[in-house]
Design a protein around this ligand. Structure first.
Ligand SMILES: [Zn+2]
Length: 223
């Protein structure tokens, strides 16, 4: 069973996180988690370019350290890089201090990447907790540090090798609305499913007249 849509209760349980963006414009927010990953991220950049779409890449710090050129490519092509911890840590089972260190270490790498380009770093750089799992104390810390915690409105479930892509696409198309934050993954695990989903999804939303926003002007309480 897949949960493409966020169960209605979750945003109430974690109200300080961002689950969608309030906007009157016909705009959605594409996000790609877990990269950068050679070949997969290159392919995603190519497809985004084809559809003139911008996206936010929630990158794992360790991958940024390994593939800095690919990370720079994301920025120079007009996208945004955001924080997804250094080792893809699960907040619920991590020591707080270690978890915070993972976020700070990754943010320094991201800041350094932005400094190598002409792109301005977001004033409040967004963070997405791996697996969407973050404890209350960790959320409080993020709030104090003025870090916007970004969850999602729609999950593509592209990481599941058993995914029925036709069904997934239908659910995404049916539920997309202005302000939706949609999650894909630029990871090896998701690549096969992503190749089937992403071009068709982009074709659909472009035909529907949507444009693509970046999560760059968030404040910790943007909703
Ligand atoms: Zn992740």
């Amino acid at each position: 069973m897949h949960f493409f849509k966020v169960p209605a209760l979750l945003p109430f349980l974690v109200p300080s996180a961002i689950w969608r963006i309030r906007t009157s414009e016909k705009m959605i927010f594409l996000t790609f988690d877990d990269g950068p990953q050679p070949e997969v991220t290159n392919w995603v950049l190519e497809i985004l370019n084809k559809y003139n779409a911008n996206a936010t890449f929630f990158c794992v710090g360790n991958n940024l350290s390994q593939y800095p050129q690919l990370a720079l490519e994301i920025l120079t092509q007009g996208h945004q890089i955001a924080n997804h911890t250094y080792h893809h840590r699960k907040g619920w089972s991590s020591e707080n201090q270690e978890y915070f260190h993972e976020i700070e270490k990754t943010q320094l790498i991201i800041n350094n990447l932005y400094a190598q380009t002409t792109k301005e770093k977001p004033k409040h750089p967004p963070f997405r907790p791996p697996y969407g799992r973050i404890s209350h104390a960790q959320l409080q810390w993020a709030k104090q540090m003025k870090i916007p915690v970004v969850m999602w409105s729609l999950l593509s479930c592209d990481y599941d090798p058993k995914l029925n892509c036709t069904h997934a696409l239908k659910v995404l198309e049916k539920n997309i609305q202005p302000g939706s934050i949609v999650v894909f993954h630029d990871s090896k695990k998701a690549y096969y499913q992503l190749k089937q989903l992403l071009p068709k999804f982009l074709e659909y939303v472009v035909a529907q007249g949507y444009s693509f926003g970046l999560l760059s002007d968030l404040t910790p309480t943007s909703k």
